[in-house]
Design a protein around this ligand. Sequence first.
Ligand SMILES: [Zn+2]
Length: 299
Amino acid sequence: MRLFDTLVTPILLYNCECWGPYVSDSILERTLEVFYRKQLKRILLVGEKAPNAAVYLELGKLPLKKEIRLRVLKFVLGIRVIPEKQICFQVFKHMMSFENQLKDFVEEVFNDLQLNLHVYMSDFYEETYGEAQHKAILHKANEKWTFDFQEQLMKQVQENVKLKFYSKISENKPFGFKLYLDRVKNRNRRSYVTRMRCGSHRLNVEIGRWTNIQQLSRKCRFCDSGLLEDEEHVILDCNAFKNERQQFFQEICSIMPNFQKTNRDEKLRLIFMDELGIPMITQKFIAEISMRINEKYVS
Ligand SMILES: [Zn+2]
């Protein structure tokens, strides 16, 4: 991820201070954001159908739009303090004097941050504000937009039926890169865990969607319980994985003795937590059951 952030993202955002205001949200979504997400999915080792919100949240990333807005704001504020401000500011002032996309963009950004564009353009601004204030504005903007985009992603998680399980295991978890991605070194096993978390697996609850089978009919193919074959069923209940689960729970209990006493939702959150070496235990169990699930899918 660090390599991608260092080598690829700067190319995607190159000169966005100039082109950012002229690219509409829908064009950005169809072009750069699509490419960006495709690469994030490759890094996560999940399929292209993996829900976008989960992909951003697993890697602690936000849509590029946030960074573009921030860079444009930094650029606009910078016009006031660079040595060549005279000519740059005159051009900017001219651009703000008639209707155009740059003006719309800047106004929207300023309004969103409750900044006054008229004050920014006035002589009073130059006498009163400087780099220190700009830093504070950029800090506030970064915090606000990070929060807003996170809220949007969480809303998408709540609304997406594919992410019902993800919403359960990520409740109250802080935003950021999920540490299991670094801790589980085996690529295949890491992929099994991510796919299980993000609803990008071959369980009946998912493959039934592809063929429009009603949810009630997506029953478990591994046992005769007649229950829905979803993540929660195979991890906590399905008899077909009883032995693997027994061994798995024993290992978890050796780290968290009260694990068996917790309720179902809490169990799921603990199983997918990042701390205490749990990812190394969980990946083994999830890989075992995922291999059997995939074999069933192929057959
Ligand atoms: Zn079952």
